[in-house]
Design a protein around this ligand. Sequence first.
Ligand SMILES: [Zn+2]
Length: 395
Amino acid sequence: MHFTRRQALLTASAAALAGCASASNGAGADQGAALNAFFEDAFEQAIVSSPQLATSLGDRRGYGQWDDPSDAAARAQLDARIASRNEMRRRFNPETLSPGDRLSYRLYDHGVTRSEEGWRWRNHGYIFNHMGGAQSGVPSFLGGWSEEVGVYAFWDARRHTRFSQKSPSLQVHLNTLETAGSVGLATQLRPTAEGEEVVVSVSTGSLLWYLENGVQLHNSQSDATAVADLVDATPEDERAFLDSSKSESQTARRYDLVETMRAFRDAQFRPAVLHAYGYRCAVCNCDLKLVDAAHIVPVSHPSSIDDVTNGIALCRLHHGAFDNALLGFQSSFRIVVNPQTVRRLQEIGLATGIDQFRNQLPELIRVPASIEARPSPQLLRLGLQLRGFPSDLIC
Ligand SMILES: [Zn+2]
């Protein structure tokens, strides 16, 4: 670990402190003078081993030279500091030093010990300061946790890269947090001196989604207020939202917002459906990590919603059969096979195994115990209609 400028200055000020204290304390004067000389040596050693440090302090001895950036050189420098600290511990007893000298002793000891302990973490640093610039290449988040509501709040990190007297505090409304607690996500506009900032609040279940996609929401500007409606929007709602744009740039921004919110609903839909069905296929009860969350009314339809009542957990086989309009579910949860699809498959010679497939189907699908999580009868009927089932089977 390099001897940083701050540490050098700390040493320098420690030496100065030692100097002051020793001058005014007769009993500890010898000890103080010796400690002062010791710090001068340690400081000199640091200057000699780091030409860049020397130059930055106005000492021209290493002018035009670079530090050795190797790990070995950093280790050697740290070892020298450890040896120096151990020597200090051997030669001086802090209890007999004047209060000022004791403070200098402890500051130096603490600085070296911290570097010693920090050595194993030397390659795990994350530069989050404004000048270091690493944050320009990796996403930065600025967030907090509300103990009271149990949700996270995130501010627009780009607006807070430096301290500004104009926005001295980070705030969020309680009702934003509470909405996020109940629906998983909420946004709020917060006036700042540099325009409005979009604050995003998410539940613990939506945290990963936010870190991956949700940062986009900070770009939504005045449309952030539409997020509340887009949380459970149908494709029709999305279309109306896009159509009401007042400029091309607003339309482009709204497309991004619609995409982001689709990803949000998708991220909510899958776990909610799988959880409701106990991670098992509603038809064959298999798990085998082959279970998907299927939409009853397909995503492309204007009435499709990403709610658990429009979902059903199906294994790959039964999901495929459902999507191919071979399989359907009536509002009474009865399982039906589409005779028109079977006929079409027979005509093209791809109906092998249909009898076995049909014979293995139970009479009813297994639905969640909670009534609110069961498929909506209305959506089930629409699902059959959209899959081309004959009208006598749509009920
Ligand atoms: Zn199945």
